[in-house]
Design a binder for this molecule. Sequence first.
Ligand SMILES: C[S@@+](CC[C@H](N)C(=O)[O-])C[C@H]1O[C@@H](n2cnc3c(N)ncnc32)[C@H](O)[C@@H]1O
Length: 393
Amino acid sequence: MILEAYDDQLDIAEPLWPISTPCARNGTQKYCIYSNPDFADGRGIIFFTSPERAAEVARSSAFTNPAVVRSVPELNAAESPYWRVEYVEGKGMGMIANKNFRIGDHIMSSTPSFMIDYNVFHYVPENQVVQMEADAASTLPANHGAIFMNLSTHDEVDSYETRVAKIILTNSFDIEEKGVVSREDEEEETWYTVFPEISRLNHDCRANADYHFDVTTLTQHIHAVRPIAAGEEITISYVDPILPREVRRKRLETSWHFPCSCSLCMQNEHQTNASDARIWQILELRRQLRDYTPGSAATPAMGELMVSLYEQERLYSSMYEAYTYAALEYNGVGEPWLATKYARLAVQHGLAAGGPEDQDVLVMKELAKDPWSHWSWMLRTRKRMNWGSAVEQ
Ligand SMILES: C[S@@+](CC[C@H](N)C(=O)[O-])C[C@H]1O[C@@H](n2cnc3c(N)ncnc32)[C@H](O)[C@@H]1O
């Protein structure tokens, strides 16, 4: 692995990325630090990626039209009437609600400190990644740098370099977005991303808030997915919530290195067995409801059962999935009113959890507008009765 100076890059030059460090090269692959301290009115942002991706990022709307980023409410707020950062027993710092929130209420929004292309971890040796991350962190504007360097490292660290690496490891979200670099022919890419203020949110298997990323503003948004009372801790789920307890616990131990002590993990044996049984039933129902062949056994009653199981399981951030299944089943047998009821609920809950671009939200908006013209109208009936030329087998 060779470290290369920045100035041999072809198409990335000032003022797109005013600050850089030497690049790492591995065969034809090349990965560099691209830092822009002017991003989001002087908040700053760092990318660790290839020159081609950095060039595309710099052409995206968040860079070419700063007004779109500026228009986000509560953007990068260091303090807020909505929340405060406070020590929480057994979890380190956490975020506490300063007011009551209703489902769908916006809590906070933040732009990243770092966005690291996942390929970096495949092509650049670990010690070099650590050194480049450390060099990059020092390019953040002072205020942003101080917030970033104060984030949790989960456990003790002994050097500046390890601190930066551990902060990134402890606080990153996987941002899987087509569109950060928008090339149709590309597979969806993943960016390992730190949003500093949002990093104070601790885990709960039945979280009361959820997040989604807006690619046009490079912003992570947090919304309430159930009513939150002033004084309650605001939480998100670090793992897929639709997993049996032992699997959730193991994932948290392996990936996050803390034992799960949320209310769901601490239930007694009867409650745990009942919860796990519901999870297995949800997974089986999901398989049947996703089956669109003529032989599918899916019915509206299964959609209703799915909604009930999600409610019993307190799957607040996923409720919109259950409503979506129910809406599609009712529409699939020609019940427009119940289909519309569930489609509206799916949109209401989905906007908070998945955001306006979420696939279920888009499909449910269409269904709620006109169930009769929706692709799902009488789909089950048509398939089972083998009606019409549009029937796929
Ligand atoms: C993204 S940070 C969350 C904020 C962190 N507590 C702080 O002090 O900044 C993730 C770290 O918080 C701690 N953490 C988060 N959720 C937790 C939970 N439910 N129980 C115990 N520790 C938790 C773990 O140390 C984890 O590595």
